[in-house]
Design a protein. Structure first.
Length: 131
């Protein structure tokens, strides 16, 4: 009957409506990223260490809690997304950044986000952390 069809349609619409916000990733501090491996999240934190691997042309920025130096590693081979923030890789240390992407664990068991993935976005706060 028609009323059952309407109810079913309403249930489907409600289900779609409730599911949609799940597409929007949650926001977490980098120090908690290890709890969200395999998920796409917006991860923010203080860049406390940067390093560069010459043979593979890979840039690593570790960010999360300034005091704990515990966090997540942003891995990049292209600095295109940093240039979009008007910042050079070597100047990244000391800045707060927000990286939205999939949290993964590398072969060394480190928590990482692949900055080269086209779905990954990087926002660098222009001001330095004062504390």
């Amino acid at each position: 009957s028609l009323s059952n069809m309407k109810k079913l349609l309403l249930i489907i619409l409600l289900f779609i409506g409730f599911r949609a916000p799940a597409q929007n990733p949650g926001t977490i501090s980098g120090q908690f990223a290890d709890k969200y491996v395999g998920q796409s999240m917006s991860v923010f934190g203080y860049v406390y260490k940067i390093s560069y691997d010459k043979p593979t042309h890979t840039m690593f920025a570790e960010f999360g809690s300034k005091s704990l130096t515990k966090g997540v590693i942003l891995r990049l081979t292209s600095d295109e997304k940093l240039q979009a923030n008007n910042i050079n890789f070597q100047d990244l240390k000391g800045h707060f950044i927000t990286v939205t992407g999939k949290i993964i664990k590398n072969s060394k068991g480190e928590i990482c986000i692949d900055g080269d993935n086209r779905k990954t976005s990087i926002i660098v706060q222009q001001s330095y952390a004062i504390n």
